[in-house]
Design a protein around this ligand. Structure first.
Ligand SMILES: [Zn+2]
Length: 305
């Protein structure tokens, strides 16, 4: 399986347009010891020819242009992108769909609840279905594996229900009519026994999830926040990391400690918020993460597993 990390930041990217935290400020003035990052976008392929996008970030147009594998190959209209898998209805995971219109046939897989939020509540997404055979929406049922590609050796995707909260733009009344187990997913993608875990938004790490992650060869994991109170300490207000569906990296209950036993897998933090101090490669947080055997994803990384 080919894996391409086209973007690695959380919503807003790094730097974020309206943010003057110490990370964003020093990145802008050239004194930051670390890299700028676009919003999280991962693409996978069983053969290097046919690609599947894991979510669709608001930065997708530039991310596709930066990745020759995703450029058109045949004729005047073509894409090697065969499908898109959505883990949630978060804006930084779905807004890119609107940039993939242009009458391009696409297969979009999402839970029925996420599909309903996008297609029934937000008419702008109708742009993906202006003509027959444009977007083909296929429901993901959490827990039921499905195949990606029609080749001889398809990828098998297993989905896991994680958070039960819908994005804040979904009203509580609407959310009550949706299935809570369909709000947010993690994926384990299996290529003939080699497994990629994609878990960009994890509110809690229970023993079941720990054992699932223990089966992965590469783990792309929620690195959004360093501490639970990161947003409030930087902005002077804001929700806790756990309240918006992200277990922090640090601390006794953080992912670094809880996943310390998974030393057989390559472990990479993704979806890193611009406020996270581990972006600073000369700081103690970055050193702590690297010393624990973890990597902090950067835009443009590619690997095969
Ligand atoms: Zn910032």
């Amino acid at each position: 399986m080919h894996v391409s990390i086209l973007g690695s930041a959380a919503g807003g990217g790094f730097p974020q347009w309206n943010c003057a935290c110490s990370n964003c400020r020093s990145l802008r003035n050239g004194s930051f010891s670390g890299k700028a990052r676009s919003q999280l976008q991962v693409a996978i392929s069983p053969d290097g020819q046919s690609w599947f996008l894991l979510n669709a970030s608001p930065d997708i147009r530039c991310q596709i242009e930066a990745c020759p594998s995703l450029h058109p190959r045949n004729g005047t209209r073509h894409t090697p992108i065969s499908g898109i898998l959505l883990t949630s209805a978060d804006l930084d995971q779905v807004l890119g769909l609107l940039q993939l219109r242009e009458f391009q046939p696409l297969t979009i897989r999402a839970t029925a609840s996420i599909r309903r939020i996008l297609r029934e509540d937000n008419s702008v997404f109708a742009t993906l279905n202006r003509i027959p055979d444009q977007a083909d929406w296929i429901d993901i049922v959490p827990g039921q594996p499905f195949q990606l590609s029609s080749g001889n050796a398809p990828l098998i995707c297993h989905s896991f229900s994680l958070a039960t909260h819908y994005p804040s733009y979904v009203s509580q009344e609407r959310a009550a009519r949706l299935v809570s187990a369909e709000a947010s997913l993690g994926f384990m993608i299996d290529d003939q026994g080699r497994r990629l875990a994609y878990f960009p938004a994890v509110p809690d790490l229970d023993s079941q999830l720990l054992s699932t992650l223990g089966e992965a060869d590469v783990i792309l994991f929620d690195g959004t926040f360093w501490t639970d109170d990161e947003l409030s300490s930087v902005r002077g207000g804001g929700p806790l990391a756990r309240e918006i569906g992200h277990i922090p990296v640090s601390g006794p209950e953080g992912s670094l400690r809880k996943l310390a036993g998974l030393t057989n897998a390559r472990r990479i933090y993704v979806h890193v918020n611009n406020t996270n101090p581990m972006l600073n490669e000369s700081g103690p947080e970055y050193r702590q993460v690297r010393d624990a055997g973890w990597e902090v994803a950067e835009d443009g990384w590619q690997f095969t597993l």
